[in-house]
Design a protein around this ligand. Structure first.
Ligand code: TIU
Length: 220
């Protein structure tokens, strides 16, 4: 068994049971004028990880390993968006409002699409999720179980919101999760750092963390 150098200790890679999950690399989070920006955030730090996420994606494709993509995406009638989520705070644009990239976080809107450089291939499932975690109200768990996947390499945005929530959901479902630390980003550098520490603390209470080179070195 290959061990990937990681924190808090080597990740015991099971090559036949691992998948990459790229979380919410959508225009709405990464580009100006989207949901992330409407919440008052500077999106540039998220743009900076795009080449690294692309390298991780290319490595999984080259290795012939399964890849899942997620999107935070709601139905046009907002029936899967609780008012408590839509009405929270005072964003410049709420979920469902028309913005420069179409309706914010609504399936089919240009802003809801994954950024072009990371466009999923036809055999790579795209999980539309109404929550922050990718398991809540989706069939991700069933899809992973059907393929015998028990380990997730996690990347995407934002580290302490949708990525960490998804890792916690996965951890509780028995998955071993490895975060690619340079293929994830937050609008808040200190939150990213804290999220990584929370994940690896206490003997890997949520999972493991390492960089993209370590992961690519093990799978290819
Ligand atoms: N606001 C924020 O940091 N994140 C989200 O709302 N969604 C995701 O993290 N995808």
């Amino acid at each position: 068994m290959t061990q990937i150098p990681a924190r808090p200790f080597g990740f015991p890679l099971a090559r036949d049971r691992v998948a990459l999950v790229i979380i919410d690399m959508q225009r709405d989070f990464v580009e100006p004028g989207g949901f992330g920006a409407s919440l008052g955030n500077d999106v540039r730090p998220l743009q900076a990880i795009v080449p690294t996420v692309a390298r991780l994606l290319a490595g999984f494709r080259a290795a012939g390993l399964p890849i899942f993509h997620t999107r935070e995406a709601h139905r046009p009638d907002l029936s899967d968006c609780p008012p408590a989520k839509r009405l929270r705070g005072a964003p410049a644009l709420r979920i469902g409002d028309p913005g420069p990239m179409g309706r914010v976080l609504i399936k089919g809107a240009p802003g809801c699409e994954i950024i072009p450089v990371l466009t999923p291939l036809p055999d790579e499932p795209v999980i539309d999720k109404p929550g922050k975690g990718a398991f809540y109200a989706t069939d991700l768990g069933d899809q992973l179980a059907a393929r015998g996947i028990t380990q997730l390499v996690c990347a995407g945005v934002t580290t302490e919101v949708c990525v960490q929530t998804t890792m916690r959901e996965a951890n509780d479902r028995g998955f071993e999760c490895l975060l690619a630390t340079d293929a994830t980003e937050s609008y808040f550098p200190s939150f990213k750092a804290a999220a990584i520490e929370m994940i690896v603390a206490q003997g890997g209470i949520v999972g493991w963390a390492t960089d993209t080179d370590a992961i690519l070195g093990a799978i290819n």
